[in-house]
Design a binder for this molecule. Structure first.
Ligand SMILES: O=C[C@H](O)[C@H](O)[C@H](O)COP(=O)(O)O
Length: 252
């Protein structure tokens, strides 16, 4: 396994070990390349503990992960109060604000984050930044209803300070990316000044008619786990604490 994959695994395993307890019965499962390790580790907790649990996916990919692991599937309309949701992120800042939606799943992800008693992020070391927009340069993902995309782009270009905002185009299909909810996605890069307190620009974007959800999650996470190249895990907590967990505590 290469270093980046290994750091994703370490972050996911440590977060599950610290947060997914036998008494947790309703569990939200996020999206992205780190989340398969979350499901692996939950699966390793054993049949007995998983028997009474229901797992809520944030999209097609996590639904498949839950089904393939033989875990029970549910949805947030049946289970609107979730014990814990664990999810990946495209970037996380020093205050645990994060960018999500690189895989166009951020609408369901935000619903499951908000429905959860505890929301935890898992990622590799490249996502651990002081300010959003440091390494993840494609911009803030914004899900929009299809007929409003040109109007929202116009708003972003001329009123909200993102002149390079673009409609996300599909690969191996002509036309735009279509989300699991049948919508389009705009990627809107912003200057650093907007990322110092991203809640402000998040609220302005969300107020644009036609916007369904913004891939900025502000003040939602309890903790973020970052796997490092040296085999340690850095944990950032919502109260500002930073912990470093040694490699030996992370063995599978
Ligand atoms: O829409 C996708 C999600 O927000 C992902 O959680 C995010 O893009 C991070 O994915 P990965 O762990 O693959 O970098």
């Amino acid at each position: 396994m290469d270093l980046i994959e290994e750091s994703k695994r370490l972050a996911a395993y440590t977060a599950v070990d610290q947060h997914v307890k036998p008494e947790h019965k309703i569990i939200g499962v996020g999206s992205g390349s780190t989340v398969p390790y979350v499901v692996d580790r939950i699966f390793q907790q054993g049949k007995e503990v998983n028997k009474g649990r229901v797992f809520i996916p944030t999209g097609f990919q996590s639904r498949q992960l839950i089904v393939s692991a033989g875990l029970s599937l549910g949805d947030v309309d049946e289970y609107p109060a979730i014990d814990i949701t664990i999810d990946g992120a495209d970037e996380v800042d020093h205050q645990l604000n994060c960018v999500k939606g690189g895989g166009a799943c951020h609408l369901r992800e935000k619903v499951l984050a908000e429905a959860a008693h505890t929301f935890v992020l898992v990622a590799d070391y490249r996502k651990n930044v002081q300010y959003l927009g440091t390494n993840f340069l494609s911009g803030v993902p914004i899900e929009v209803v299809p007929f409003a995309y040109a109007k929202v782009l116009n708003n972003l270009h001329h009123s909200l300070g993102s002149p390079k905002a673009t409609l996300r185009m599909a690969v191996k299909k002509a036309g735009p990316v279509v989300t699991d909810n049948g919508n389009f996605v705009i990627d809107a890069p912003f200057e650093r000044e907007h990322m110092i307190d991203p809640q402000i620009i998040m609220s302005k974007i969300k107020m644009l008619t036609g916007v369904v959800e913004v891939g900025l999650f502000c003040g939602m996470a309890k903790a973020a786990y970052f796997g490092n190249e040296d085999g340690t895990v850095t944990i950032r907590w919502d109260d500002g604490r930073i912990e470093q967990v040694a490699a030996t505590q992370n063995e599978a």
